[in-house]
Design a protein around this ligand. Structure first.
Ligand code: GLA
Length: 735
């Protein structure tokens, strides 16, 4: 079975909202889709009020016609359940299912995402419309994928949520003493003597309880996952051969643990909208795509090892029995005695061993489900993408394993809240640069079909931990400037600029598959994760840890005896004091670079200093240390290095670890990513710079069909080389 079902090659298309247009437009849409070689569209994602205009009265006639037209045009459908936007009649009938903010304001309908996932009426209505769609379209030949909901992300603080939160906490902690310990109940008189006294973290007089806030984030993620799983299961029951997914939204406000959700979706699907118009857009694209691939890999592994499907019949996760002694859900007791799962020896240090995808394509399945065709949205401004940038961004995702490129949306709306958002068919119509580029992209993706067989392998990994992110959003930390995503992005950017493709890993991933592991601001570190990190280094791994890692346990309770608590032994350091810096401050370092944002008093307990603070309060104290531990090496970086210095440091550390850049001869500004199988490989070269660039590599460029040696890239240009074993031009016949 192909995922999405019935599609070969890469997916191309986007959100199609025919309900916004008169029926006469639909055949023209299909005709234009054919011109652009679109093969997959998401339909019905916000159409609940058109599909069920009154409670229990469905109107599917228009959707029947749309799906038939699409099928006749050779276009497959990701059929959405419209549960992100309940109709007004629903909210008026069930005001208790409208979300309530932390300060007690009950929101009204009139936008989207106005639902409370814990409200029984909402859950029942969501199941109802999903079931009705499944009944109606289970046998429709256009159906390739179920697209549940849209960007799960609504948080609510109502009484339904209070009930569900208490049930989740009971399952996690069992008794109130354990809860009091996790939440440090003895601070500010917060001992609960009855579960009924517990509330969601609503607006209170002063600082909230960090333990309660963190658990609420975990709960919301699980509660929304329960809502997803409920729909998924009934869709699966109706159409066992059609995969089911939901589109992840990324961003700091997102209350969802995507890595955890990955085991429950058949295909990881992300929406990606860079928030910067400059080169930051490319960096954010690479980061999002590496995250998506890593989540997909993790999800596939958890499914393969039978660790998916931990959501109970009630839709709640974390029912008794699934919570380990340490409080983490679904993981405790499943890791072997040494804490290791699998050995990197299977694949060497070229990245974790990737299981073949369920359908035999390369690597675990993930898809760029939405991106903006011709715009980048930054706060307060929409920037037109320069010619070629849409294709380059799409290729950046495909290079990192996406099974295609999908967009929001097909045809620009005439009204509504997103009237000026971008579209493959803009307001100007098909006689436009945007549509011509859409047609070009269709051709490009067609020519790249063969790369779908290739897997991406990364020799280096960064730890990703959403709980640390949530905990770092607390207002009680030593610096308001500490930003988890900024720390992870800085490490990812530095490694990318050093030429490496990066995987993201979690506690139970196969760490030994990586030559280098980087832990940026991994604030929360459970004992068993710390033990695995020690084992990784002892077994020969190279580790780089940056400040504010290993500080607290999973309950956000600080490990005493010196920072970075759980990592003191492996790093051979003991930190006594933090020195958060003013944003403008730069601290000179002994190697000529500078530190900023953060500094620490680092005591050596086995490590060797490598770079020192030079001047000021910390003059002569270690800033960067190295510790040989077992067969490996552990570095500790106690300040934030500026871009080039961080890149240079990570390049050196990665090289010493034995990790080779993807394409060592690629000049700065050219991103190089490889997908490959045992037999062949494809090298994506993306020139993000404003100058023409030459890369001394050779192969058949799938974009032109010509053999290139060397590859010459115009400013903003791309090449996708089918690599030959040597530089033999005789292989030109491959084209
Ligand atoms: C999101 C949503 C879409 C649309 C786009 C606009 O990703 O899923 O419905 O709102 O953003 O950028």
């Amino acid at each position: 079975m192909r995922w999405p079902k019935g599609l070969t090659g890469l997916c191309y298309g986007g959100d199609y909202n025919p309900e916004q247009w008169p029926a006469e437009v639909w055949p023209a849409d299909v005709e234009l889709m054919r011109r652009a070689r679109v093969n997959l569209v998401t339909v019905g994602v916000f159409a609940w009020s058109r599909l069920e205009p009154q409670p229990g009265r469905y109107d599917f006639d228009w959707l029947d016609r749309v799906l038939d037209l699409l099928y006749d045009g050779g276009i497959r459908v990701a059929l959405a359940t419209p549960t992100a936007s309940p109709p007004p009649w629903f909210s008026l009938r069930h005001p208790d299912a409208l979300p309530v903010t932390a300060d007690g304001t009950r929101l009204s309908h009139g936008s989207r995402d106005t639902y409370c996932a814990s409200a029984p009426a909402y859950r029942a209505a969501a199941r109802g419309i999903a079931e009705a769609l499944a009944d109606r379209y289970r046998d429709h030949p256009s159906l390739a994928l179920w697209h549940v909901h849209n960007e799960y992300g609504t948080t609510c603080h109502c009484e339904h949520v209070a009930v569900a939160f208490r049930a989740w906490l009971r399952a996690r902690y069992g008794d109130l003493d354990r809860l009091a310990e996790a939440w440090t109940g003895s601070f500010w008189s917060q001992h609960y003597s009855d579960w009924e006294q517990i509330r969601p973290p609503r607006t209170t007089r002063y600082l909230g309880n960090p333990g309660q806030l963190l658990d609420f984030r975990r709960f919301v993620s699980d509660e929304l996952l329960g809502a997803y799983v409920e729909q998924r299961d009934l869709l699966r029951a109706a159409t066992p051969d059609v995969p089911v997914t939901t589109n992840y939204v990324l961003g700091g406000w997102v209350p969802v643990d995507h890595a955890r959700w990955a085991a429950e979706v058949d295909l990881v699907a992300i929406d990606h909208y860079p928030a910067e118009a400059g080169p930051g857009a490319e960096e954010q694209t690479a980061l999002a795509a590496d995250l998506a691939r890593s989540w997909a890999r993790r999800g596939e592994r958890l499914r393969r090892t039978g660790r998916a499907g931990q959501v109970g019949a009630t839709g709640h996760i974390g029912l008794a029995g699934q919570v380990g002694a340490t409080g983490h859900i679904g993981l405790a007791g499943r890791v072997g005695a040494t804490g290791h799962i699998g050995r990197g020896g299977q694949g060497g240090r070229g990245g974790a061993v990737e299981p073949a995808s369920v359908d035999g394509s390369g690597g675990p399945a993930w898809l760029l489900m939405e991106s903006a065709p011709n715009l980048i949205l930054t706060p307060g401004r929409m920037h037109a993408k320069e010619p070629g940038r849409m294709i380059r961004h799409s290729l950046a995702h495909v290079a990192r394993g996406s099974r295609g490129a999908m967009f929001f949306q097909w045809r620009a709306s005439r009204g509504g809240a997103e009237v000026f958002h971008s579209a493959l068919v803009p307001h100007a119509g098909p006689d436009s640069r945007a549509f011509r580029e859409a047609v070009s992209l269709g051709g490009v993706l067609d020519r790249l079909a063969e790369v779908d067989a290739g897997t991406v392998r990364a020799p280096v990994a960064i730890a990703w931990d959403v709980a640390s992110w949530w905990a770092l959003q607390s207002t009680v930390l030593p610096s308001g400037q500490l930003d988890y995503l900024a720390e992870v992005s800085a490490a990812h950017r530095a490694l990318s600029r050093a030429g490496h493709t990066v995987d993201f890993v979690a506690e139970d991933d196969d760490l030994l598959g990586y030559a280098l592991l980087v832990l940026p601001a991994l604030y929360l570190l459970p004992d068993r994760y710390a033990a695995r990190i020690h084992d990784y280094v002892a077994a020969g791994g190279h580790l780089l840890v940056s400040y504010f890692s290993g500080i607290a346990d999973e309950d956000a309770r600080v490990r005493t005896g010196g920072y970075p608590g759980a990592l003191r032994e492996v790093l051979g350091v003991r930190v006594e004091e933090f020195h958060p810096l003013d944003p403008a401050t730069r601290l000179p370092l002994s190697d000529g670079t500078t530190g900023r944002l953060w500094a620490e008093t680092v005591r050596l307990t086995g490590a060797t200093p490598s770079v020192f603070y030079a001047g000021g309060l910390l003059d002569g104290e270690p800033a960067l240390t190295r510790h040989d531990y077992g067969d490996g090496v552990a570095w500790y970086l106690s300040t934030r290095l500026d871009g080039d210095a961080y890149r240079d440091l990570l390049a050196r550390v990665a090289e010493a670890a034995g990790a080779a850049p993807t394409c060592p001869t690629a000049p700065a500004g050219v991103e190089a990513v490889r997908r490959g199988t045992a037999e062949r490989s494809w090298l994506f070269l993306l020139n993000h710079s404003a100058e023409a660039q030459t890369v001394p590599v050779c192969g058949v460029d799938l974009l032109t069909g010509d053999y290139a040696d060397p590859v010459r890239l115009p400013a903003g240009g791309c090449a996708v080389l089918r690599e030959t074993a040597d530089a033999d031009p005789g292989r030109r016949s491959d084209a």
